[in-house]
Design a protein around this ligand. Structure first.
Ligand code: NAD
Ligand code: DAU
Length: 344
């Protein structure tokens, strides 16, 4: 592989993918196209090999900007760019529809007109909705689409557009659907970095509702290795569910973080629930395991240890991301109207 066009590569997962590609594929150049929204952060790319990495600030909805940056000879587009936070999509869906749906179509069109060999769409398990609690049900590639939030509905729409580009225009598309990623450089609006950074400061950890919602956690680098394998060996037109067989309830995650940081359980607060909150995600990764031979390298224990250590050692990154507009968001999301209801 010689040249990749990565979108959203200044965000959490995209930047981890850019790092992985530059480290593992000598000679591969990456054009990293990112609008630098509130979630994009050039600090996430500190230390990458600038000789093989070109950053272009641009919006995936801007057709001309995309075409100007996407050179002939690019082997693949890997689309991470998205509005990614469910709570923000509940507050306002507009930007989710624009970036996640229209932006994906612009990229698909551009990939065709530049004769790009392969298009990888980074999707999510949330397109498949919610599973019942305490059940043996899992998301497989055959599970029906039942998105429950504007975010997941927009990601489902993007998948359909990829399928249409494949079926109608013969574009070589592959889709990955992953669960909840965790690891360094995740914006602290998401549950795990939010509770780690709050716990480090001795501030309350907000748990929506009863805190017994289940997510299937995967270390970000493991997810990126799976994406790389799908990019290199995945079947054209296929989707791959990616998961590390690591279901945890939110309460259990909060207790683990407090334990690692030596903080009291009394910091846990149950707050008003998220509307339409999906109860449980659980991924059956049998296909990516058997077809591509992928396996996660990190266990929950080793991944959480690395993650908590990274946040503890990168106070400047945390403080910078938690300043400015983040404070206003935090106030709107957790302020007076959602005030703390009880302690565990
Ligand atoms: P993130 O919010 O950390 O990063 C998103 C990046 O996209 C940012 O750098 C942002 O600047 C950029 N971006 C947003 N709008 C853009 C636009 N219009 N044009 C160009 N760039 C734009 O997100 P993340 O958590 O790294 O997620 C990356 C992708 O993976 C998303 O597509 C998301 O749906 C998917 N995903 C995330 C998870 C997870 O647990 N975080 C799990 C499964 C799938
Ligand atoms: O499953 C993959 C998805 O995981 C990705 O597609 C999304 O981009 C990503 O944001 C994530 O979605 P979730 O909604 O699962 O992640 P979030 O970090 O927002 O929440 C994780 C769980 O924690 C969920 O049950 C809601 C709960 N939660 C979240 C926040 C922010 C709380 O209890 N309190 C909080 O303050």
């Amino acid at each position: 592989m010689k040249k990749l066009f990565v979108t959203g590569g200044a965000g959490f997962i995209g930047s981890a993918f850019v790092r992985l590609v530059l480290a593992e594929i000598p000679g591969c150049e990456v054009v990293n196209f990112d609008a630098l929204t509130y979630a994009g952060n050039l600090d996430n790319l500190e230390g990458v090999d600038e000789g093989r990495h070109r950053f272009v600030r641009g919006d995936i909805c801007d057709r001309e900007a995309v075409l100007a940056a996407l050179e002939e000879g690019t082997e693949a587009v890997v689309n991470f760019a998205a509005e990614s936070h469910v709570d923000r999509s509940i507050a306002s869906a507009d930007e989710f529809l624009r970036t996640n749906i229209l932006g994906t179509q612009v990229l698909l069109d551009a990939a065709r007109s530049r004769s790009v060999r392969r298009f990888v769409q980074i999707s999510t398990d949330e397109v498949m909705g919610s599973l019942p609690d305490d059940d043996d049900a899992y998301f497989t590639e055959a599970s029906p689409f039942e998105p429950n939030s504007p975010y997941s509905a927009s990601k489902a729409a993007a998948e359909h557009l990829c399928r249409a580009a494949h079926q109608t225009h013969g574009l070589d598309t592959v889709i990955t659907r992953c669960g909840n990623n965790y690891g360094p450089r995740q914006f602290p609006e998401k549950f795990l970095p939010l509770i780690i950074s709050n716990a480090m400061r001795g501030e309350p950890l907000p748990l929506y509702g009863d805190g017994r919602y289940t997510r299937d956690w995967i270390y970000v680098e493991d997810h990126c290795r799976a994406i790389l394998m799908v990019l290199q060996k995945g079947r054209s037109g296929a989707a791959y569910n990616i998961g590390a067989r690591n279901e945890r309830r939110n309460l259990e995650v909060a207790e683990a973080v407090l334990g690692k940081l030596g903080k009291p359980l009394s910091l846990i607060r149950h707050v008003k629930d998220r509307p339409g909150h999906d109860r449980r995600y659980a991924i059956d990764p049998a296909k990516v395991e058997s077809e591509l031979g992928w396996r996660p390298r990190e266990t929950w224990e080793s991944g959480l240890e690395k993650t908590v250590r990274w946040y503890a050692e990168n106070g400047v990154w945390v403080e910078r991301t938690r300043s400015g507009a983040y404070r206003d968001y935090y106030e709107r999301q957790y302020g007076a109207e959602k005030s703390l209801e009880s302690e565990v």
